[in-house]
Every structure is written in C-alpha cells, then in structure tokens.
Design a binder for this molecule. Structure first.
Ligand code: 6R9
Length: 635
C-alpha cells in the first residue's frame, strides 16, 4: 500500500481500515520504509502499565531512511536549505549527499569522543544545519539525543542533563537572534558545574563569542572533524537498532513537578512522522517546505528533521526571528526560496498581523500551496488573515493538533483533501481514535459534545515512557481515565464530527505555543527571598495567546514595588529561562484558599481574565475578604 492518500474517499477508506485492522494497516504503511530486518509483530499493548510496542523484532536505523535511501535517486537534490539570521549572510544548501557525508563524519567524531549506542547526548545549539547534523549523527550510532531549546537557563539545562545522565554535550559558542547575540557555551558551562556525568563537550563556532575551553573536557567541533578526516573516517555504518530502542528524549512541562523526559523510539516514530508528513502536507517531489519551529521543540524534531527527510523532502531551516530586520522576514524567505508549504504558529501569525500589511505587500507569495498551523488554538482573526493575506484564499490551511508526547500530528485536515473550517483541527488521521469524556470518565457519544480529549487506541508515534520514571508516565497520561491516553486538552466535536481544540484543562499554560507548567513557575517565584507563596494562572494575551499572571504574597512590604517585580522576574529567568517570565505580577495579602488549604485557581483565573463580576461560588473560601482585595488591585 502506498503511503499517500489522494482523495477524501481514500482518507475515509484508510481511516476505516486503520480502525478495523490496525495491525494490517500499520504493517502496510511500515512497508514503505527501509528495515534491516522485518518485524515479527506489529503491535503489542496495554494502557494499564502502560506497555506499547510497535514493530517488535524489527531492526532499522532511522538515518538510513532519512539519508542513505535517497542517495541514488535524489543525492544531488536539496535536503536542508538554511537561511541565516542575517539576510546578508549567504544561505546554505545541503544536498542529500552532503548531509549524508556530514552526518557520517560527525557520527565518527562522536565515537572518537567516547559515544556508544544507548548513551544520552545533550544538544544545545543554534538553528543551523550542524544542529540537524548532530541530531542525525546521534541516531546514526544509536545514541539517544536530548535537545534543549536555546532559551532555557543553566539550571533547566542542568536538571535535564542530570535526569538523563548525559555523558556528552554538543553546543556552540553562541547564537544570533535578530540583533542579539546569545551566549550558549557560557550558559552550558554554568549548567555543567552541576553535571559530573558529562565527560566531553564538543563546541561549534558560530558567533565568535569568547568562551572558556576546559582542557580534557572541551573540544572544538572543527578540530574533531579535521581529526576524523585525517583518519579517513568518512564512512559510518548505521547502527542496527531495535524498533523499540529509544531514539530521543525531549523534556516537556506538565501540571506538576519538574519537566518530564518524553521518550520516543526508533521504529514507530519513524513510520508515524513520515506518514503524517506526507499526508497532512501533501508534499510533492521538488517542493520547498518551510517549518518555522525550532528544533528544540517537538515540531522541529518531527517536521523539520525526521518527517521531511524520511520522505526525501527539501526542508528549510531558519536561524532568525520573524520580525527582524522587519516583520516581512518570513515573506522574504518565501519569495527568495519559492516556498511551497509553510508551517508556522498562531503566535507568529498574530505578531506579524499586528505589524500591518505593508510588510506583505510586494512580496511574491505565489509559490505557496499549503499553509499549516501548530502549537495552540488559532483564533478566527488570525486564521482569516493567514488565509486571505498569505494564502490569497487559494491555499488550504492545515490546523494540526498534537503534542510532544504524540510524536506526530493526530488531528488535522489533509491539505486540499479535507474540507476545512476556521479554528477546527477537523478529523483524526488514520490510526487515531479520539474520544471525548466527561468529568466522570463517561464517554460522550455522538456529535455536538464537549469534553476532555482522550485517545483510546495506540498509534506508532506515541511516547513509550518518561525517562527514568515509568510510573510518572502512567499517572500523568494513563491513570485519569481507564484504558485511555489523556491529552490534557479540552475539545468540542461539532455537528459534522469535526474536532475543535479549546485549550488545556490542566495547569499547563500555553505561552506563544510553549508549554509552561504553573507549578514550575510558582516554585521559581517561591525561591525569591521575600516570597511566602504564589499562584500562577494564564490570561488571554493578544500576541502570545496566553500570558502568565502571578499572584505573589511577600513576607514584608516591598521597598520598591516595581523593582521587586523585576527582581522576581529575573529570578524566574535565571531558574527556568526567559520564556517563563511572568507577564504580570500582582502583590496580594493572601491567596483565596478553601478550608482544606487548596488554592482556588478558578477564581484567580477569572480575575486575571477580567471577569470579576462572575466569580461563582466563593462560600467555601477560608477568608472571602482576600478576593475583594485581589479584585480591587488587579492589573
Ligand atoms: C506540537 C506541540 C501541546 C499542546 C496541546 C495543545 C496545544 C498544539 C494545537 C494546540 C489547538 C492546535 N496545541 N497544537 N491547540 N490547536 N493545532 O505544540 O506540542 O509543545 O507539546 O504542546 O499545545 O494544548 O496539548 P507541545
């Protein structure tokens, strides 16, 4: 069976087949990939433990699918097209041949520095081709990569490196973002003080930011490449991996505790990202595909690197930001490279919208055929602007809903095939069985219902565990409702059976498409010297989708209120990273609590949203007077 769905009837057929005979369906799809040895059993699962095994007994290496298998047919075609932060720096094109060579060479560098199959390798790099090369080189030798987004603090990096016990770090001196130069190696050095497991740090030169290099531990990327070349280590056989061997760890925030290391495995993840890339975007050979995400997030893993490359696509990587040198940068890139498929985030669309149409006018966007959105619910205004001003009403918009834990897109239109509706992720992809449940866990049948979104059957790209703590994986995702994966999202199914995601129903806040756990931010705020306690909630934000609103109780009156707020924000930045800085901080005398001491976030959320006349029942509060004080002083 061919991977590609070409009509709505084909979609319906594939969907039915995938539900009635999931093992046959996914076995057929997996047949489109290169395996060193075929699997013995397509699926073995229960959501109780949970235990999820796809393609058991199958042997493969994902990089053979992303690189080697394309060499003959499209070795000289672009694999990665790279656009610098600086529009005056020449762009780079890496063909499949180039990329294959560079990955093999760097894989040997990793080996020369002690890397082995199963090792965890931390990657903290700018959005340059070497980041993708490092990721693929890990996969080549069977090491498990853990990519950390460039905006995280030293403390967050240290937490992640310790959790995974990484022995090697790959980083760069610094990165460029707009007019800013951001140090990476020095942040990493601060983290490494707490990370005795790290034996080697490989440092790429990008920004020429001065860095410290520790003898015996730190080595330059370029020197190591030269060494490997001198030794003639140009080839690197792809390590034979079990379908269920881990491919990577990616940390993500939940409603409680520290971020969890979501684990994805080689076989299922490969099949799922390749299949969904083909079908959602309807990629045609020769198309230029541009996903504006950062490889530090799951969207970058699945839809800049693995999905597109396994399908032989030309994937465009952009180092900079959408608003520099001006708010027309995305459109310049589309024009320059004749981009056919553009996959971006609502927060970017809203921010560009706000700058006005002058940045769109005069740009040739006629190459665009498909537009995509991901990361958070897209509001109606942004959807229409994207459709009219960018797609000129001729490009289908695929509003793709999925999560880090899912590996790939779960609910989305197929471009040009599924009729779209503004703000709707529409229908599940083949193999995905969504259900809506009410608070009690009853399944809501039929249409025109709203509930919590769960998935009742496994799909190949789903997480297998959370690193080092399987029980946490069970309690977070599989214990809320029996025999179902719980997404944490609220959702509506309309009269046509179309799905519309309404947002998180747990204590996770989606700021500019980044998941931030309220507990994490509260813990950081509470580390500030004069803070007794705090509560963080989300509120609607014009550009970011949601902003962070912090209510803080101080032990003594702040000497300088504004400065203290800045100090608290700086503390959060230091402990988590700038992405978690609260947008608003309100000092309060107390938090609204029930008699059992539980903070009533519902009330705080309403106040932050400005709905102060509709707070609902406050009679169970220990001290209802605190609510008036908070209301009167709201920001
Ligand atoms: C891929 C990614 C996951 C959370 C998810 C949901 C929100 C993502 C969405 C969407 C509405 C969409 N989300 N895509 N909400 N419509 N098309 O973003 O993963 O960073 O783990 O975030 O993002 O709330 O639960 P991740």
């Amino acid at each position: 069976m061919d991977l590609r769905i070409r009509s709505f009837e084909e979609y319906q057929k594939a969907y039915q087949y995938s539900v009635e005979q999931p093992e046959d369906f996914w076995g057929d799809i997996a047949g489109n990939f290169v395996w060193k040895k075929k699997w013995d059993k397509v699926l073995d699962w229960n959501f109780k433990e949970p235990k999820i095994k796809w393609f058991e007994g199958g042997k493969l290496n994902i990089t053979e699918n992303c690189l080697d298998r394309h060499l003959e047919e499209r070795g000289d075609e672009p694999a990665i097209i790279w656009e610098s932060n600086d529009p005056d720096e020449h762009h780079r094109v890496l063909t499949y041949k180039n990329l294959h060579q560079k990955v093999c060479l760097f894989a040997n560098v990793l080996k020369n520095n002690g890397a082995k199959k199963g090792d965890r390798i931390c990657i903290y790099m700018p959005m340059i081709p070497e980041l993708a090369i490092a990721v693929l080189a890990c996969a080549r030798i069977g090491a498990i990569h853990s990519v950390i987004f460039g905006g995280f603090s030293a403390q967050s990096i240290a937490d992640r490196i310790q959790d995974a016990q990484c022995n090697i770090v790959v980083t760069a001196d610094g990165s460029f973002r707009g007019t800013k130069e951001v140090g990476l190696k020095n942040v990493m050095d601060d983290a490494l003080v707490q990370c005795p497991s790290v034996q080697k740090v490989i440092v790429l030169t990008r920004s020429r930011t001065p860095v410290s290099m520790i003898k015996g531990r730190d080595v330059w990327w370029i020197d190591e490449i030269h060494k490997a070349e001198t030794l003639g280590q140009v080839d690197c056989p792809a390590e034979e991996m079990d379908a269920e061997d881990p491919l990577f760890i990616l940390y993500t925030s939940g409603s409680t505790g520290k971020p969890k290391g979501v684990v994805h495995t080689c076989g299922g993840y490969m099949v799922y990202t390749g299949y969904t890339f083909q079908n959602v975007f309807q990629y045609n050979s020769g198309d230029v595909y541009f996903c504006t995400a950062d490889i530090g997030w799951i969207t970058g893993h699945s839809y800049i690197v693995y999905g597109p490359l396994s399908q032989g696509a030309a994937t465009l990587m952009f180092e900079g930001i959408p608003t520099w040198p001006d708010a027309g940068r995305f459109w310049d890139i589309v024009d320059k490279f004749k981009v056919n498929i553009l996959y971006t985030a609502p927060t970017a669309i809203r921010s560009l919208m706000q700058h006005g149409l002058s940045f769109v006018e005069g740009k040739d966007l006629s190459s665009l055929r498909v537009l995509g959105s991901v990361g958070e619910p897209i509001n109606e205004e942004a959807w229409h602007w994207f459709n009219e001003q960018i797609g000129k009403k001729k490009c289908p918009i695929v509003d793709t809903w999925w999560q880090t834990e899912n590996g790939g897109i779960l609910i989305s239109p197929l471009a040009g095939i599924t009729p779209t509706k503004p703000c709707y992720a529409t229908l599940p992809l083949p193999g995905v069985q969504p259900v809506l449940v009410d608070e009690k866990g009853e399944i809501l049948e039929g249409n025109n219902v709203t509930g919590n979104l769960c998935i009742k059957f496994p799909w190949p790209g789903m997480l297998r565990t959370t690193y080092g703590d399987h029980e946490r994986c069970r309690t977070t995702y599989f214990a809320t409702y029996e025999n179902m994966y719980f997404t944490g999202d609220g959702c509506l199914r309309d009269e046509d059976g179309y799905y519309r995601i309404t947002g998180r129903v747990d204590d996770v806040i989606n700021v500019s498409g980044h998941r931030i756990g309220t507990a994490e931010v509260e813990n950081a705020i509470n580390m500030f010297t004069d803070v007794i306690e705090s509560a963080v909630v989300g509120y609607p934000h014009d550009i970011k989708g949601q902003g962070l609103y912090a209510y803080v109780v101080l032990s003594k009156e702040a000497r300088d209120v504004e400065l203290t707020k800045k100090d608290i924000a700086a503390t959060v930045s230091r402990l988590i990273g700038p992405i978690a800085r609260p947008d608003k901080i309100q000092f309060v005398y107390g938090l609204p609590k029930t008699r059992s001491g539980k903070i009533m976030r519902r009330i705080l959320r309403k106040i932050a949203e400005g709905e102060i006349n509709n707070l609902g029942d406050t009679s169970t509060l220990l001290d209802p007077a605190v609510v008036d004080e908070i209301k009167n002083n709201r920001l």
